[in-house]
Design a protein around this ligand. Sequence first.
Ligand SMILES: O=C(O)CCC(=O)C(=O)O
Ligand SMILES: [Fe+2]
Length: 274
Amino acid sequence: MGGFCHIFKQSRFAFLYSRSDGLDLRVAVYYSRSMINVAGGVEFCEIPMLSDAGAEDLARGVHSLRAHWIPRAGALPFFTLGAAAYLDGPLGGEVYRHRREAGNGVLQGNFAELYSELSHILSETLGMPVEWHPAAALPGFHIYQMHRAFYGRGGSIHLDLQYDHVNWGIVGDPDFGSVISFTLPVVLPAAGGGLRWWEGIDPDVWTAVSKPERQRMIREAPLHYLPYRVGTLVVHSGQIVHQIAPGQMLESNEERVTLQGHGIRVGDRVVCYW
Ligand SMILES: O=C(O)CCC(=O)C(=O)O
Ligand SMILES: [Fe+2]
């Protein structure tokens, strides 16, 4: 059953499938945020997309564009290749615009085939056409390289609300209840990499409460880990409280490279961006 789901086609439908590594994934399908609670489970679709050789090729491509990586943590080795609404949006619309115009040219110029394959896979998965937002960044790459400061530390704990930093006026009327997030692992550390998520936290409550209250919710909610596999695209709603799982990079040449993007249903199509 792996590698197949209809995120927007049907609602209130869930099934279980077992991965070859023994992990059971409950895949539910939803239309809206509230559906997550109705389903009482968590939705992750896994879609094999790249062979090992294909992923290595892509990693080489990302490395060959080192000059275009944007440092995202001062002197620490965390970069993006491409602009990202959640990082550049808060710096002002002009920063996001400049960076995405430069970044999209580099990304489209070097990975045209990847984007066409990705839009094909996403549209098959979602059951509707997929487009890239005309005034937003293309899905781009998160790049973490080995550093002591990253030992055992995860990413920020969040919901995917990046759409707040994107201009929707020009694409139509988005349904902010029908959203997706997708991640394609390209390189993972030897010890693995994945997503941590907390079960059963209502996204509307999470958004409304204070930081200490969020910390309490995190302490009390069941914690899960979804291990990624290189080349396998993971699609989910982003409306599950989650973070980049704390990792262990031990060798100086280890890294975690992922392609990251998000999408929203706008009428009968899904508009994607980063
Ligand atoms: O890299 C990942 O595993 C997920 C990143 C993420 O949650 C995001 O970019 O919103
Ligand atoms: Fe996220």
